[in-house]
Design a protein around this ligand. Structure first.
Ligand SMILES: [Zn+2]
Length: 293
């Protein structure tokens, strides 16, 4: 699948043509520019996650952008499956994203889109590429105290500093930590202890279903625009970007098996605690110098 630089499709198989039209019509802002200049989208039958995004360098040293998606994500309900990973209700290796009737489900709509889920997932993945290309959450926004150590102090005006603690100042208590910034904010956890129970792809001991209401209630009081944002600063940026950029047309709710709404992203972005994050995103996405390829 490729595009020329004006978003005209070239070499797209017929079964994907409709999806590509939908993405080009509904993926917002700079993410659409990243999409149109993307070097490669690959559909993979077996993948650890729903999707991934990366900036890679070829053997001549030229950088290129890639998004990979698990092929079955085009049909099933992968976001509900991912949410149910938290409660051990689904099989992490299930290629077809079967979900449990007893678990929470994600209710997602991008108004006007035929495939709301793919528009949302792609906006999320393309936000990771914007992050990589513009060093939003990476260590470039971080000053090393000791050049021989990994730890550093986040720059005060960096995105990660809005919700994440300085890696140098906290004790790593979490087994799922993969990056220096993947440390849950301890102050936040002291106030909202149930947030620690989200684990998604990294669950060692999943949460019990009876705690779902407490978990989502507490996330609703924070500035994490979706529950998945609580995992690390990279996912926080990708989720916040998708919710922020699609906010006028987006419904992102999590509902329990009784149909009651447990989480609503619209309410979180209306929180007073979300104001700084919204302001940061507004200023960032208004920049005309953002790298998109
Ligand atoms: Zn992601």
């Amino acid at each position: 699948m490729e595009f020329d630089l004006s978003c005209k499709k070239i070499d797209v198989t017929p079964d994907l043509s409709d999806l590509v039209d939908d993405l080009v019509d509904h993926v917002p802002g700079h993410q659409k520019e990243v999409l149109c200049k993307l070097d490669r989208i690959q559909l993979q039958s077996n993948l650890f996650s729903i999707g991934y995004a990366a900036v890679m360098t070829d053997d001549k040293g030229q950088p290129g952008t890639i998004v990979g998606l698990r092929a079955s994500a085009l049909k099933g309900d992968p976001l509900s499956w991912k949410e149910q990973l938290n409660f051990g209700l689904v099989n992490a290796a299930d290629r077809d994203f079967h979900i449990s009737a007893t678990g929470p489900k994600v209710k997602l709509e991008v108004r006007g889109a035929r495939n709301s889920l793919m528009v949302y997932v792609m906006t999320h993945e393309l936000s990771h590429i914007i992050d990589h290309l513009n060093n939003v959450t990476r260590e470039d926004n971080c000053t090393r105290i000791n050049p021989t150590e990994d730890s550093c102090v986040l720059d005060a005006d960096s995105y990660a500093a809005l919700s994440w603690p300085n890696p140098a100042t906290v004790i790593d208590e979490d087994d799922s930590v993969q990056h220096p910034h993947d440390i849950r904010p301890l102050e936040l956890l002291a106030k909202y202890p149930y947030i620690k129970n989200t684990c998604y792809y990294y669950c060692v001991g999943p949460a019990i279903l009876g705690e779902a209401k407490a978990i989502y209630d507490q996330i609703m009081m924070t500035s994490f625009f979706t529950p998945y944002s609580t995992i690390n600063s990279y996912e926080d940026f990708a989720e916040a970007s998708a919710v922020y950029l699609l906010r006028d047309v987006l419904t992102f709710e999590i509902v329990g098996s009784d149909g009651k709404v447990l989480f609503d992203a619209k309410q979180v972005i209306a929180n007073k605690s979300s104001e700084m994050k919204l302001q940061w995103l507004k200023q960032f996405y208004e920049r005309s110098d953002l790298k998109i390829h």
